[in-house]
Design a protein around this ligand. Structure first.
Ligand SMILES: NC(=O)c1ccc[n+]([C@@H]2O[C@H](COP(=O)([O-])OP(=O)(O)OC[C@H]3O[C@@H](n4cnc5c(N)ncnc54)[C@H](OP(=O)(O)O)[C@@H]3O)[C@@H](O)[C@H]2O)c1
Length: 285
């Protein structure tokens, strides 16, 4: 399938991109600023390796060799490929030992950057959404902005306008656990002791959901809401997840933190086999 991912450089987005590519899908990874946005936003070293190996030669004379270099370096520094400087350092360090295979370090970095970073786009701009989404089967919105209360309403408005214009029939958006209910009609964020800052952020997601619910049938959508906790951003996950409804999924004492990697699996399963339509669905361990 052809999948366009907004927020592709983020923690959720990069996992979705990696999972989609691992399953053989064509992915357009949308980031705001590819030039500055950089390879460093990528957390999946396999993607860097695979894309570099298959990618443009640039200044590289032996792509397999570079792939090996990247793989080796990354293997020893899990989670380090999260900042452009770190990526640069990894390539530079590795290249020290394999100078013959590299004719220009800047070009190596550029190749990695191009292959990973993908397309420039702004999820809050409907023309931008329509332009980057054209020709795709499904869109994923994993974009986030903290401290910008209007972000989710603006993004949803742009997606509801841009995706149908682009002919994209389905959207999977990442929601937030605090929008889920602890009891029927009682969402977590509405509890009197819920932290005000987190409530304000949650209300953005709530507005997103309301906009989707009132959008009619122009778009098939699903909001997947992880548990109302921090998520594991570095681990590989368990390979398993559960889906629920609009309530917080009950968990047993000692249940490990839900991983972005498992969230990405849930997103991809819903892309490949859509089971939920126009719904908020809890996802968790
Ligand atoms: N427990 C939970 O329920 C839980 C936990 C974590 C996350 N979430 C939700 O999951 C989603 C993803 O979160 P995350 O942790 O992956 O966030 P993240 O790591 O901060 O990534 C967000 C990404 O969105 C991109 N972005 C910001 N504005 C954009 C725009 N206008 N157009 C396109 N992309 C834009 C950012 O790109 P730049 O690099 O350009 O800034 C960034 O890469 C959010 O909706 C968040 O609320 C829920």
């Amino acid at each position: 399938m052809r999948i366009v991912v907004f927020g592709a450089a983020g923690r959720a987005g990069s996992r979705v991109v990696a999972e989609a590519r691992a399953r053989g899908h064509e992915v357009t990874a949308v980031v705001r600023n590819p030039a500055a946005g950089t390879p460093g936003d990528v957390t999946d070293r396999g993607e860097v390796t695979a894309d570099s190996a298959a990618g443009t030669a640039g200044g590289v004379t032996d792509l397999d060799e570079v792939a090996a270099v990247v793989r080796d370096s990354a293997a020893g520094t899990a989670g380090d490929v999260t900042g452009p400087d770190q990526v640069t350092a990894v390539v530079r360090d590795s290249a020290v030992g394999t100078a013959d295979d590299v004719t220009g370090l800047d070009e190596v970095i550029a190749v990695v950057g191009d292959s990973v970073v993908g397309t420039a786009g702004d999820v809050t701009d409907s023309d931008s959404v329509a332009a980057v989404a054209a020709g795709h089967d499904v869109a994923v919105n994993a974009a986030a902005q903290v401290g910008v209360p209007d972000f989710y309403p603006a993004a949803t408005k742009a997606l509801l306008d841009g995706l149908p214009r682009a002919g994209v029939p389905r959207l999977i958006a990442i929601g937030i656990g605090s929008m889920l209910e602890s009891a029927p009609g009682a969402p977590l964020y509405a509890a009197p002791d819920f932290p005000p800052g987190a409530r304000e952020f949650t209300l953005g997601h709530v507005a997103e959901l309301a906009a989707l619910q009132s959008a009619g049938d122009t778009l098939d959508w699903l909001v997947l809401a992880p548990p109302p906790t921090m998520l594991d951003a570095t681990g590989p996950g368990t390979g398993r997840y559960r889906l629920g409804g609009t309530a917080v999924l009950p968990t047993e004492e000692g249940t490990p933190q839900f991983a972005y990697a498992d969230l990405a699996r849930a997103v991809l399963d819903e892309i490949e086999t859509p089971r939920h339509h126009r719904a908020l669905v809890a996802v968790g361990p």
